[in-house]
Design a protein around this ligand. Sequence first.
Ligand SMILES: Cc1ncc(COP(=O)(O)O)c(C=O)c1O
Length: 407
Amino acid sequence: MDYKKLLESIDSIDPMAGTIEYLMANYGQPRDAFVRGDGSYLFRGDGSRVLDFLSGIAVTSLGHGYPDVVEAITNQAKKLMHTSNFFANENGPKVAYLLNQLISSSTPTQESGKVFFSNSGAEAMEAAIKLARKRQGGDRYKFITINGAFHGRTFGALSATAQPGKKEAFEPVVPGFNHVTSGDIEGVEKLIGAGGVGAVIIESIQGESGVRPLDGEFVRALRRVTSETDTLLILDEVQTGLGRCGRWFDFSHHEIAPDIVVMAKALGSGFPIGATWARVGVAEAFVAGDHGTTYGGNPLATASALATLTAMIKIDAPKRAYDLGIDLVKRLASLDNVGEVRGRGLLLGVELEGVEAPAVAKYALDGGLIVNPIGSSTVRLAPPLTVSIDEIDEAVRILTDAIKMAS
Ligand SMILES: Cc1ncc(COP(=O)(O)O)c(C=O)c1O
């Protein structure tokens, strides 16, 4: 092989055409391609820009290129990127400490816990599933999750995911996962009463199935029923967590204390990192050798997470999300062809009436705004928590035009 020619040929690969030619087709046709990000904007190769009201699916909560995060990653990359988990690093314990402070202060019990680091939401969920199985023992191997839930694509997380379309092609999935309808507390009691259930897994707002909040009474009833039976309650805060929904964690709107909290997405501002927190009394179930990952919690990933959390604390990201969310909901709800606006803070699902969500999202992108269609009637908005009022004005203007064009 002519190595010189091989390396020269890379330059001619176009992002859009190259994606179709060289990558597997699982994401479908890419909708656009971007080469740079700055704050709430993404830039194409030709210099044109679009407002990013999806944030890489609730990941870039500080916007693109947040200076403190960029600096932390750059400095850490120069210093030390990876060692393996045989060795401690200076950032990991600091991130775990901050997460523990933020989680325990979000609960009525203020209980403390410990953290396991991984590389994604699905991996953080896998760790939660394995931890629950180990803690509860083999005769309590079953889980209950809620219809419509999305918990990730790896086999354990996929088995917890209660969306048949995502699983059918991969059956049989992991045994022991039962699904109930949101609000069906009797169904949960019945399953727990029948025996063998070790944990219940919920998203307090179901993000991927259209930004659908669980009813607060149901969430509190779940906590009561699980506590009474020493069944673990696992909160998947991968999408809702870290300030996005107007509190550090969305579960705290319901005044409950989870046993396990699963996080990822915004934690690294785009650098891959997942985290699984478990309260004292559950976390100890993992002992040396029980679980692991090569990269999880490495110096670079945790440098990114440390800078992200520090910046979020300094700007009081949950308060920004709360205040801006109240304003944005009002403005969205007043638009033509808009019915219900669901969600909390800056994770919102806009229910469209008489127009198709994919068409609205397409016209919005053409007009300079990224929103995400979910199904035929919902668009999801998850702008950065650093978004400005002017940018919200611009987004609402573009969305209004897009809805007009689609109707
Ligand atoms: C609630 C929830 N859990 C888990 C996941 C899986 O995370 P990841 O895609 O990082 O594996 C997602 C991703 O969208 C999610 O929204």
